[in-house]
Design a protein around this ligand. Sequence first.
Ligand SMILES: [Zn+2]
Length: 431
Amino acid sequence: MSDFRNGEKIQLTNGDTITVKQKLGEGGQGAVYKVDYNGKFYALKWYLPNYLKGLKPNYKKFYKNLEHNVTSGSPSNAFLWQKAIAITGKKSKGFGYIMDLRPQNFEEFTKFMKAKVQYDNTKVLINAAINVVEAFQALHRKGLSYQDVSPGNFFIDKTNGDILICDNDNVAPYGENLGVAGTPGYMAPEIILGKDKPNTNTDLFSLSVILFELFFLSHPLEGANCCKYPCLTTAIERELYAEKPVFVMSKTDHSNAPVKGVFSNLINLYPTYPEYLHEAFEKAFGEGLKNVNKRLTERDWLKVLYRLQDDSVVCPYCKETTFASMVKCACCKKTYPIPYKAVLNGFEVVAGNGKYLTDYHLTHGSRKDIKGTFVESKKTAGVFGLKNDSTIVWQVEYPGKPVMTYENGKVVTLIPETVITIGNNKVEIKK
Ligand SMILES: [Zn+2]
């Protein structure tokens, strides 16, 4: 197929027509064009004939799956999802699909990996990690699996951690596989060893790799063992990622530890996060490598990542985000006055600007459902109150004082040993 000309009309299977405006680029699978569809701009991905040939014997299945994805709709707004299928009819036997254009504020994850783009701060990074996990959760809840995770498919807004996942062509229902195996380094060991096809469990492995890379800009299985070879052949990849994989930060096996001068990002960044994040990765790339039942699910990951959010504080000296549970600032190493925390239902939410008590803490509901906002004193920096943002009247018992009531909008001063009763929940303020 030759390129579409600007102004050329292409038919959609839904009966509508799109107009080609401009070619945006071309990859191994297809070319991408900016198109006009009913006065709005979209991206058209048009498969290259050779790519479609290579899909045989799954060609029909691939097309049917694309149709299914269009009909069933996007699992969440984190996906640049297929909106309609495009066919030309006369000129070509090929096909493609249209999706939303990627907004300019989203940068390729691979640029973050190469440190060409940086997150504005650690809070943004945690948001991005949460958004990736929630997107996978939405996908899996729809009975779909991604099957071909690679960093090239992720885009991040460095200012707020919003993410976009593209190339959803291989997303398919459980048990279905369109012939794709995955990308080396992101495929679960059992796929490389030929024991299984891509599915939800293998997605969970790939998800852990992406999360590790988000935090540490380094691959969890690429350490000293990787440096032994001048270049990676398929046989070596098989050994590193499937036959004898060793987690680079393993506490018990140091054979694949990061090499100084080669893995500087990992060596510098790893100690700046609390032990519970390390433990999660040790499980994912320890027992979870071989035993699929030991892999962290989206729920497990969210628990850890939400804890990071609740634990986060801004160091008053260097202004970097660090974690209260680490006592000293992970960045400048100074001890600083840690704000008081709200303790309830096994959660510890350290006070801070832009931090909230949510329905997640009260009833395991949504973290977007804000019930209280931490507000800093205008007079004394580092002193916080908790504003009632709920419809429930709070019963507040300051130490040694009678119970007082705080309705919506009122701010409770955070004093240790204060108990705030919110419905059936008792929130204790602690040092
Ligand atoms: Zn600091």
